[in-house]
Ligand binder design. Structure first.
Ligand code: SF4
Length: 511
């Protein structure tokens, strides 16, 4: 084989070397039952048509490439937003390896989480012993200030009771009696990571707030929701709130945990909402959610505790940011400072500069319900048309809200809402009703290759590009980045379409 210490090839080049090509050819011919090229092409052509689309959309018993993850992933992300907190997932190891790798591949940071490593015996007899030993090990080995417990499918199927198990573990001395161990049942076979986030944050709040007296103050809690762009977004959020002079607590802030500096020191825990602030957040005047579909239970709980609540759908662009800023100003009883108004004007100016390029572009958008709502709204603000709006974890109320949004603008008239559909459904939609661009996560790259629809990466997970999450999408400043990202893709496409030497009509230097 051609690989050697003197000539180290990247895998993208290595597997093109003749030795590997021969090996792959033999494998294909002898083990993969190859169909003829003509058969493959005929089937491929059939899957691009309307007949196959209708069969595909009628599919019920199978999900192919869902644009969502399971509940515990959201719980692990949520736990990372609290000071010194170790995520402890009661269930099987493999699941937890998946959450860690998923988060680490997106943020390019270590993502710490432990599991109670349940195996066959625990699945039969219950996982109490795993919890007792696991909490003791996690506490003594990793020195957390808090351990946040969630569950995988396995623990939920057999019905392990976290409240009782944690109580027994404390009695047996796994952790001190007064050590903070909030928990949330996160059954992975219902809902998605956004529900896991909701359950875990609510579990933390219940742990600190239950049976406590509330003395209202003037502060505002902001719950960001599950957000792959939390590093850039939360910092931008804090900058804006500081500029406005608001007294606030970001309730679940993973921006530092997923952006630790490289300076020779490994920080297993870094930043996050302090446990003291989390406890005191009970006294806040109001709790504001940046993503309603990530925080429905949290908002209900805060409301039950006597707080005012308000929620947004991942506010992007001018009008959505306006609503957010106005609501915060109203709750805090302050005027919006000039510095914020000037930022707004700059975003409006940028949108006007790019208007000729953005107007009339047709998009497919996929991701979490709040993100899809926000992006469809932003696209319409630019004169674009959201044609396919798909959220695998979309619900009936989401469909209704989306349809109302699309009906609110002439640019939404061709828009269709696809809840509960997956990326294989989206493939059929893109072939039968093509669009100019697709906005979503890295998982869209296979659709990009297959259908030729350029992909704009704007949501979690982004595995195949670096550093996107470091720059905000929220706020007027975030809007600048948003429009730059979209318009860059439009220009790349235009250059590609016009740049053939000898036929380079409109391959212009000035765009
Ligand atoms: S769906 Fe169930 S088995 Fe799969 S990773 Fe999630 S918890 Fe584990």
């Amino acid at each position: 084989m051609p690989q050697s210490a003197d000539r180290v090839l990247d895998h993208a080049l290595l597997f093109r070397e003749p030795g590997y090509q021969e090996l792959l050819k033999n494998k294909h011919e002898n083990f993969e039952c190859p169909a003829s090229t003509a058969e493959v092409e005929a089937h491929n052509a059939y899957t691009k048509g309307w007949e196959y689309r209708e069969k595909n959309l009628a599919r019920e018993a199978l999900v192919i490439n869902p644009a969502k993850a399971c509940q515990p992933l959201g719980a692990v992300f949520a736990s990372a937003g609290f000071e010194g907190t170790l995520s402890f997932v009661h269930g099987s190891q493999g699941c937890v390896a998946y959450y860690r790798s998923h988060l680490a591949r997106h943020f390019k940071e270590p993502a710490s989480a432990v599991s109670s490593s349940m195996t066959e015996d625990a699945a039969v007899f219950g996982g109490l012993n795993n919890m007792v030993d696991g909490l003791a090990n996690a506490h003594s080995l990793y020195g957390p200030k808090m351990i946040a417990v969630s569950t995988t499918c396995m623990a939920e199927v057999i019905g392990d009771d976290l409240h009782a198990f944690i109580g027994t573990s404390k009695q047996k001395g796994s952790v001190p009696q007064d050590f903070d161990v909030p928990f949330a049942h996160t059954p992975a076979f219902v809902g998605s990571h956004v529900d896991g986030y909701d359950n875990m944050v609510k579990g933390v709040l219940e742990h600190f707030w239950e049976d406590k007296e509330r003395t209202a103050n003037g502060k505002i809690n902001i719950v960001p929701g599950f957000d792959g762009f939390c590093v850039g977004n939360n910092r931008e959020l804090k900058r804006m709130l500081d500029l406005m002079g608001v007294s606030y607590t970001i309730l679940q802030d993973a921006s530092d945990q997923f952006d630790t500096p490289s300076d020779g020191e490994f920080r297993m825990y870094y930043g996050g909402t302090t446990l003291k602030d989390t406890a005191e957040a009970l006294n806040a005047k109001a709790t504001v959610s940046m993503q309603r579909y990530c925080t429905r239970k949290v908002l209900d709980y805060c409301s039950d505790k006597g707080q005012e609540t308000a929620s947004f759908h991942y506010p992007l662009g001018v009008s959505a940011t306006d609503e957010f800023v106005q609501k915060i100003a109203e709750l805090a009883g302050i005027a919006i400072p000039d510095a914020i108004t000037i930022e707004r004007g700059r975003l409006v100016d940028a949108l006007a500069d790019s208007q000729a390029m953005l107007h009339g572009k047709r998009y497919a958008i996929f991701g979490d319900p709040d993100f899809v709502y926000a992006t469809a709204r932003f696209v319409m603000e630019t004169g674009g048309e959201p044609v396919h709006c798909l959220a695998t974890n979309g619900t009936k109320p989401w469909i209704e809200e989306m349809e109302k949004l699309l009906a609110s603008s002439p640019f939404g008239k061709d828009g269709k809402v696809w809840a509960g559909k997956d990326l294989w459904h989206l493939r059929s939609l893109l072939f039968t009703e093509p669009v100019d661009y697709m906005i979503g996560s890295s998982y869209g790259k296979f659709l990009e290759r297959d259908t030729g629809t350029p992909l704009i990466r704007l949501t979690f997970p982004i595995f195949d590009r670096h550093h996107h999450h470091r720059f905000p999408l929220w706020g007027y400043q975030g809007g600048l980045r948003l429009v730059t990202t979209i318009v860059d893709k439009i220009f790349d496409k235009l250059d590609e379409a016009t740049g053939k030497a000898g036929q380079d009509i409109s391959f212009d230097l000035t765009r």
